[in-house]
Ligand binder design. Structure first.
Ligand code: ZN
Length: 178
């Protein structure tokens, strides 16, 4: 068995991923190189094909909350921001590209986010399932399933996330002269 064909379990999300890969570009993301490479491949697909692009922020949200890392300012902020993004899409039915505008409002004033202890299981669906989906329709289904699964895994913190999402949406309303 060659090393290049080996499979390992990602230390962040638990997905079965190739041993070989590129390490995460951000130090606060705790992912195995093979897992980060799958995520990079999905982002490349979206960048090159408009049929995939509409799901862009949902894959980032789902990926980041399945690789929360260890307590720290950036890792804490990442988990909060990406959980709010998923709440808006999964529970409120917003389009992923619209959710980005709401999420940006959370970061105005550079708040410091408290660390949320990750749940014991981060969800059964992972980036590996989405990477295996062929064609834009199957990809869209896989991303929606992944987003719901990843969001549901964090149920112990849902109330706090919903509260922040509500505040961010209220900020949108205030900023809108209409
Ligand atoms: Zn992973």
């Amino acid at each position: 068995m060659s090393a290049s064909g080996s499979i390992v379990r990602c230390r962040g999300c638990g997905a079965l991923v190739p041993t070989e890969g590129i390490p995460p570009e951000h130090a606060y993301i705790d992912a195995s190189p093979g897992c980060w490479s799958l995520f990079a491949e999905l982002r490349g697909r979206e960048a090159s094909d408009p049929g995939y692009l509409a799901h862009g922020c949902s894959i980032t949200d789902a990926y980041m909350i399945q690789h929360p890392g260890v307590p720290g300012r950036q890792s804490s902020q990442s988990v909060w921001v990406h959980l709010v993004g998923l709440q808006l899409v999964v529970e409120r039915g917003m389009r992923p590209l619209d959710a980005i505008d709401v999420v940006r409002r959370i970061l105005v004033g550079h708040p410091v986010f408290p660390w949320l202890d990750p749940p014991p299981s981060l969800g059964a669906t992972t980036v590996a399932d989405v990477a295996a989906a062929g064609g834009p329709d199957a990809y869209a289904d896989a991303v929606r399933h992944w987003a719901r699964d990843a969001w549901q895994a964090w149920a112990i913190h849902h109330e706090r996330i919903r509260d922040l999402a509500t505040a961010a949406l209220a900020g949108t309303a205030q900023a809108d002269p209409h």
